[in-house]
Design a protein around this ligand. Structure first.
Ligand code: BDR
Ligand code: CA
Length: 297
């Protein structure tokens, strides 16, 4: 499958990208970046660092620095000032492209046969909303959108019912949800089921590949004191890796057809008119094994 990854790396974004870049069944055409977990300059540099470590030359196109008409909020408390938890990555081998994210997405979508390119969205949906506005003909050629975001029955992580990627830019999410795209959303209800403990990190390190060892270091950085205490040494949820994992192993997820809309004040998801497939559960043991095997391969 051919994919464009839209991302704000981000510790868990980095793990998702490394998995996708190494998967033989996934061709990553481009990374498009945006400000989210940290500012745009940092996420763009991180995207370049990640593709350099993976050794898979992939263009990086900078996108939106801030949400549509709102103040940007960052998540440096979780991801660190550098967005990658202080884990050592090489400097980017290539400079970011001069072509902005939306233009690159439109060009790639127009050049490929219709409904052959998927979007993997690991951050707020700002770039996708801007694509819909600037190039609706190109957006209509997207085969499928898989996005990490939202909280359905689970409590949110940016308020009682709001999750970061949606709450950071609810206006963008609302536009994307109502655009009649084929969307699969992976909310906290599913992603909180995929965590890693210290023993799993050892199995990653034992593979000896640079990507797997980097992911072990990233997950290590993702442990926090409070999570250690609350979760008996399990890491924070591996939110974004669920996106390429669902693309490659959909049978390991339990999906439901829902009808949703975005509550613009808070970014919570309510029942509404937009049909969206939602992942509500997953087989964590099997997915951890697939993730490790992918990073080791
Ligand atoms: C989402 O927010 C970010 O901090 C993570 O990278 C993930 O995309 C989880 O709510
Ligand atoms: Ca992210």
């Amino acid at each position: 499958m051919q994919v464009i990854i839209d991302t704000d790396p981000g510790i868990d974004d980095a793990i998702a990208i490394l998995y996708a870049l190494r998967h033989p069944g996934v061709e990553v055409l481009a990374l498009t970046t945006l400000g989210g977990n940290v500012g745009l300059n940092v996420t763009t540099r991180n995207a370049g660092r990640i593709v350099t470590l993976a050794g898979v030359p992939t263009p990086v196109h900078p996108g939106a620095n801030a949400p549509l008409g709102r103040e940007a909020r960052s998540e440096t408390a979780i991801h660190g000032d550098d967005g990658l938890g202080g884990v050592v990555f090489p400097e980017p081998a290539l400079a970011p492209s001069d072509e902005p994210a939306v233009e690159a997405m439109a060009r790639l979508l127009r050049a490929a046969p219709e409904k052959t390119i998927d979007l993997h969205c690991l951050g707020p949906l700002t770039n996708i909303a801007l694509l819909l506005e600037a190039a609706p003909d190109a957006a209509a050629r997207i085969r499928r959108v898989i996005a990490m975001g939202g909280a359905i029955d689970e409590p949110g992580n940016m308020g009682p019912r709001a999750e970061f990627n949606i709450a950071h830019d609810p206006d963008a999410a609302a536009r994307v949800f109502s655009a009649e795209l084929d969307i699969t959303l992976i909310p906290l209800d599913a992603t909180r089921q995929l965590r890693a403990d210290a023993a799993y990190l050892e199995t990653l390190r034992a593979t000896g590949t640079e990507a797997a060892v980097a992911c072990a270091d990233l997950i290590d950085a993702y442990f926090t004191q409070t999570e250690h205490q609350a979760k008996g040494s399990e890491s924070r949820p591996l939110h974004d890796p669920c996106v390429p994992l669902l693309a490659c192993h959909e049978e390991l997820f339990r999906t439901e057809d829902r009808s949703l809309e975005v509550e613009l004040e808070t970014g919570a998801l309510d029942p509404g008119p937009n049909p969206i497939r939602v992942a509500m559960g997953l087989d964590a043991d099997a997915l951890r094994a697939r993730l490790r095997d992918g990073l080791a391969g």
